[in-house]
Design a protein. Structure first.
Length: 138
């Protein structure tokens, strides 16, 4: 069963435990407990260093705080760990748009769309591109 999957990180960890930790981080984030969320996501990224998922979560946290440069760095780390992650490339694009780097952002958007033309990350990237074309990002 999926709940019995073991994720091989620095120590073997049941997938459900990793999922619970990430959910706890997002709950902290929703409660405005950003320091605690950051600690959880950083801890999970150390626990499973090969996974892009905690880096995406950390980037989302930083983005929600208006810290676009750390968000970009976290999302770039996610893309480095999984170059095929459309979500990572779409998140990179979003941070770049907010950092007023539209040329680089459009490249990341196009990469996300190419990786996942029909999925949620690809759709998000399409919305980002449309917003850019409408002048939303300035």
């Amino acid at each position: 069963m999926a709940e019995d999957l073991i994720i091989q990180g620095i120590i073997p960890v049941p997938q459900r435990d990793v999922t619970l930790l990430l959910e706890a981080g997002y709950l902290y984030m929703e409660l405005g407990k950003n320091k605690e969320a950051e600690e959880v996501f950083t801890g999970v990224s150390a626990l499973i260093p090969h996974s892009e998922v905690p880096h995406l979560a950390l980037g989302n946290l930083y983005f929600s705080m208006g810290r676009f440069t750390p968000a970009l760095k976290s999302h770039q780390k996610a893309a480095e760990l999984n170059p095929g992650s459309a979500a990572a490339h779409a998140s990179i694009a979003e941070a770049l748009f907010f950092l007023k780097k539209p040329k680089d952002a459009v490249q990341a958007v196009d990469k996300a769309i190419a990786l996942e033309p029909e999925g949620p990350a690809g759709q998000f990237a399409k919305y980002l591109k449309e917003a850019h074309e409408l002048g939303i990002f300035g």
